[in-house]
Each structure stands twice: as C-alpha cells, then as structure tokens.
Write a protein that binds this ligand. Structure first.
Ligand code: HEC
Ligand code: HEC
Ligand code: HEC
Ligand code: HEC
Ligand code: HEC
Length: 397
C-alpha cells in the first residue's frame, strides 16, 4: 500500500498538471474583442464556448449522474471532467479531505469551490486554452489528456500560426501545433476519452486516417485572405493575413450533416442492401459515446407507404450486472457500430411482399434513447434527427 502511494505521488509529481494563473487582462474573450472581434464572435457560437456545466445540459446532467452513481461530490466530478472541458481551472484534483468537507458542509469557502465557481472557467475552451499552450507532451502516456498533456505559457504570451506578428497588447510566438501540425492540438483532448473504469469509449486519434486535410480544414473552414487583427499599424493599414473561422462547427450543427455519409441502395434477389460510405477521415459517429445513426426505411406501393422500419446504429454501455449506463460509468460496451474512417458498412433488410419501391433515409442523433432517458434530458436538440442522406429504389419483382 505504501509503495503504491509513493508511486502514485511520484507519477502525479512527474505528470500532474501545473496551474499557471492567467491574469485578468487575458482571462476572458471580452478582452480580445477590441482587435479580434470576428474571431471572438465565431468562437462564441461554437460548442467549445459551451463546455461548462452551466451551458451544456448533456454535460451537466452527465456530471450529476456520475457523481450520484460513484458516490462522489459533484464538484469532484467537475474537477475531473475539467481536465479537457475546462483546463484552465485553478485546482487539478480533489481528495478524500474535500469529500469530508462536503459531507460536513464545510466546503463553501474551499479552494475547490472557488475554482469551480470562478468566472475564469465559465467560457469553457476559450482563447487562453488553445493559445496559451507552450508545449504538447507526446512523451507522456496516452491516458494523459487535456491539461495533463500540456504545459502553459506565462500569462500574456499568445502562441499562434502567424510569422512575424507583433501586438501591443500581448507577446506572440509561433508554434507548429498551431500551423502545419494543428491536428496535434486537437488530439490533446479529442482522443482517449475514457470511463471512470478505464474503458476507452472514443479514440479519434486511433481511428484517424489522415489524407490531405487537417481537422481545421473542415472544422475551421479553408484559409481565406482577411486580417488576424483589426488593429491599424502606424501607417493606417491593417495587415492582410490568411485566416480561418473560429467556428469549430461539428455534430450539433444540423446543416453540416447533409451528405456527411454517402448512401447507396440496391436489390439482390429478395434482399435490399444499404451501403453507408464515410468519406471523412474519422469514424461516424465518433467523438462521444451514445451518438446514433438512424436508418428509416419506407416500403411503398404506388402512392402510399405500406410499412416502415427503423434501424438504430449506436453503442450501448453497461455497468455491473449488465445494467445500462452512460459512457462515463461504463465497464463494458457493445460492439463498434460506427462507419469507419474512409470506409463503409453494408446493411441488409428483406424485401416485403407486393411492395414496388423503398425509400431509405439516414439521420444522426446526438444522444440515443437509452442515455436520453437515463439522464432525463429536456432540451429539444438532444432528440432532434439531423438529416444526412436519402435514396429511393424501384424494386424488381
Ligand atoms: C480549440 C482551439 C482554439 C481556440 C479555443 C481558439 N483558437 Fe485561435 N486559433 C486556433 C488555431 C488552430 C489557429 C490556426 C488557424 C489557421 O490555420 O489559420 C488559430 C488562429 C488564431 C489567430 C490567427 C489568425 C488565424 O485565423 O489564423 C488569432 C488572432 C486567434 N486564433 C485568436 C483567437 C481568439 C481571440 C480566441 C478566443 C475568442 C481563439 N483564438 C480561440 C485554435 C484556437
Ligand atoms: C490592442 C489590440 C489587441 C488586443 C486587445 C489583443 N490582441 Fe491579439 N493580436 C494583436 C495584433 C496586432 C496581432 C498580430 C496580427 C498580425 O500580425 O497580423 C495579434 C495576434 C494574436 C495572435 C496570433 C499570434 C501569432 O503569432 O500567430 C493570437 C493567438 C492573439 N493575438 C490572441 C489574442 C487574445 C487571446 C487576446 C485577448 C486576451 C488578444 N489577442 C487581444 C492585437 C491585439
Ligand atoms: C482543451 C481541450 C480541447 C482542444 C484542445 C480541442 N477541443 Fe474540440 N472540443 C473539446 C470539448 C470538451 C468539446 C465538447 C464541448 C461540449 O459539447 O460541451 C469539443 C467539441 C468540438 C467539436 C464539436 C462541436 C459540435 O458542435 O459538435 C469539434 C468539431 C471540435 N471540438 C473540433 C476541434 C478542433 C478542430 C480542435 C483543434 C484545432 C479542437 N477541437 C481542440 C475539447 C477540445
Ligand atoms: C474532410 C473533412 C473532415 C476532417 C479532416 C475532420 N472532420 Fe470531423 N467531421 C467532418 C464531418 C463532415 C462531420 C459530420 C458533420 C459535422 O459534425 O460537421 C464531422 C464530425 C466530427 C465530430 C462529431 C462526430 C460525431 O459523430 O458526433 C467531431 C468531434 C469531429 N468531427 C472532430 C474532428 C477532429 C478532432 C478532426 C481531426 C482529428 C476532424 N474532425 C477531422 C469532417 C471532417
Ligand atoms: C480526454 C478529455 C475529456 C475528458 C477528461 C472528458 N471529456 Fe467530455 N468530451 C471531450 C471531447 C473532446 C468532447 C467532444 C466530442 C464530440 O463533440 O463528439 C466531449 C464531449 C462530451 C459530452 C457531449 C456534449 C454534447 O454537447 O454533446 C458529454 C456529455 C461529456 N463530454 C461529458 C463528460 C464528463 C461527464 C466528463 C467527466 C466525468 C468528461 N466529459 C470528461 C473530452 C473529454
């Protein structure tokens, strides 16, 4: 036991995240608006900006559920999740002492509560998360993500992709993970997401089949000529730069799903085959557990629908004794149903007697029914079906 403790202490001393305080003038995106208005506005619309227990219902209800089921205080779970969701938090772990304080209701003025309630983290993944990363530690074990995988610059030094940039408000430095190696920045958090039992339920880095495009090419748009800063230089001009949008559009944006998968439908004897092809370099669904693809099939006779069938492609997560649960508490999960990166999956259904055609429609949902009901999610976005693709086929008799 003693040996184990020493080892744990040693490991956390070696790898434990170091907090570097961000001073007031850089902490919030508001302070960047005077010179980076467009970027701030783009980012405000992103889900990176919602990565906080007050701003994302699915996230906050997951925290409460994990706390309840693992008999921890919800603040301890918040600190745990902050590793990737709020990595500029001022505390990096809580201990048994804190749990006792909570039980005795003595936690109110504790360092932990102050850190969690601090407005410094309520912007989620903001400017000083990505642009204050000094170094990404590839030497560390794969399980170290988010704040445990990086070291921070001193407050006021912004790293970025630009060559020869200067700013009167902050220092600047170039980093290759902001530029030609930007995938590495995304994989700080978008990889190796695991349950409290150590089950890896998503690993985008593992499944990634890179071709010509980087994450930023699709999720921040292509580079266009614009300005990185609207601040005018002494001769009254702004500096032209190649820039991207800070929109980080993704799974929550309905119109991006259109054609995200290719669909092919054909008949072989009395079977209908449905091929889903994924041209993206990562699996779909991916990113987070319990996402879902829905394939609706309508069997038709001229003029009317005779029958319908719905196929759900999703993953199910279980705890002790096979009880359904959410990804973060899972001991086991069902097989991978996702359409592999640059790959395809073919499903088969029976042709129904006397039908003359079928219409196949493919949708995406952020949360499957199982997790939706476990967490009692209320907002409409979690049950909405985002349209991906459709095809109809005349049937041979
Ligand atoms: C999730 C990480 C992330 C967050 C959060 C983020 N950025 Fe960036 N930022 C990047 C990346 C990656 C680039 C490089 C884009 C490229 O290839 O041009 C970049 C580029 C920039 C640039 C250079 C112009 C450009 O488009 O290349 C500025 C200025 C900038 N960011 C400011 C900000 C500000 C201000 C915020 C907060 C509102 C912010 N960033 C939030 C990742 C981030
Ligand atoms: C007074 C104006 C001003 C303010 C306020 C300001 N910046 Fe800048 N920033 C600049 C200028 C000017 C540049 C250089 C632009 C160029 O060279 O094209 C710059 C560049 C950057 C870059 C790119 C650095 C590089 O080398 O690639 C980042 C990232 C950045 N700023 C982040 C921020 C963040 C985050 C804030 C808010 C905390 C902020 N800035 C506030 C003026 C400002
Ligand atoms: C510090 C950790 C961190 C880094 C670095 C990071 N992300 Fe994220 N990202 C997250 C988290 C956490 C979420 C989920 C936020 C939520 O839904 O509340 C997310 C969400 C997303 C989404 C989904 C948005 C949606 O609407 O569904 C996309 C796309 C994305 N990130 C792209 C990127 C790209 C591209 C990069 C690299 C330039 C990057 N991220 C870097 C943590 C990170
Ligand atoms: C060739 C374009 C392309 C590239 C490159 C790409 N993505 Fe995606 N990604 C998509 C499309 C299309 C979707 C589905 C629609 C949407 O969410 O925008 C998607 C979905 C996602 C999702 C939500 C997945 C889900 O099923 O819920 C995340 C998270 C994400 N991407 C992150 C990343 C990260 C991180 C990288 C780099 C490692 C990356 N993407 C590279 C096109 C791309
Ligand atoms: C390894 C980094 C990492 C850690 C630690 C982490 N997350 Fe996440 N989480 C992410 C990323 C990246 C995404 C975005 C994936 C996507 O959009 O598909 C995400 C997305 C989510 C989502 C989906 C949000 C939405 O709007 O759809 C939930 C819920 C969530 N996380 C819960 C948690 C909880 C609860 C914890 C702590 C017990 C936690 N996460 C810890 C990286 C992490």
């Amino acid at each position: 036991m003693k040996f184990f403790l020493v080892l744990v202490l040693l490991v956390s001393a070696l790898y434990g995240a170091k907090v570097v305080e961000v001073s007031q003038e850089y902490q919030k995106s508001q302070k960047c608006k005077a010179c980076h208005l467009e970027i701030v506005k783009d980012w405000e619309g992103s889900w990176h900006a919602k990565s906080h227990y007050d701003k994302d219902e699915y996230f906050s209800k997951s925290i409460e559920y994990v706390a309840r089921k693992s008999r921890k205080s919800s603040n301890s779970v918040k600190v745990q999740c902050a590793t990737c969701h709020n990595p500029r938090i001022a505390v990096t772990d809580t201990g048994i002492d804190y749990e006792i304080q909570v039980l005795m209701e003595l936690d109110k003025n504790s360092k932990v509560n102050k850190a969690i309630e601090s407005s410094a983290i309520n912007e989620g993944i903001n400017c000083v998360v990505c642009h204050n990363i000094d170094k990404i530690h590839h030497d560390r074990d794969d399980t170290f993500r988010g704040m445990d995988r990086v070291s921070w610059t001193k407050s006021g030094l912004m790293v970025g992709p630009l060559e020869h940039s200067t700013s009167p408000y902050h220092e600047t430095e170039h980093r290759d993970f902001m530029d030609e190696k930007s995938d590495e920045l995304c994989f700080v958090c978008h990889a190796n997401d695991r349950s409290i039992k150590g089950l890896v339920f998503t690993n985008m880095q593992d499944e990634y089949k890179k071709q010509d495009k980087a994450c930023v090419d699709c999720h921040m748009g292509t580079k266009t000529v614009g300005v990185a800063s609207t601040l005018r230089t002494q001769d009254g001009h702004t500096k032209k730069r190649e820039v991207r949008e800070h929109s980080f559009f993704g799974a929550h944006t309905e119109n991006l799903w259109i054609n995200a998968l290719e669909l092919d439908v054909w008949q072989e004897k009395d079977e209908i085959l449905i091929a889903l092809k994924n041209p993206q370099p990562h699996n779909i669904p991916s990113g987070f557990g319990s996402r879902e693809l829905i394939i609706d099939i309508e069997y038709m006779k001229p003029g009317n629908i005779v029958n319908t069938k719905s196929i759900s492609l999703t993953r199910h997560y279980t705890r002790r004794k096979g009880k359904p649960t959410i990804p973060h508490l899972a001991q086991e999960m069902s097989e991978d149903i996702s359409i592999p990166a640059n790959g395809k999956k073919v499903l088969k259904v029976k042709k129904e007697a006397d039908t003359t055609s079928v219409e196949v429609k493919v949708y995406y949902r952020l949360v499957n029914d199982e997790v939706h009901s476990i967490l009692k999610l209320k907002e409409a976005i979690w049950s909405k079906k985002f349209f991906i693709n459709s095809k109809s086929l005349k049937l041979k008799q």
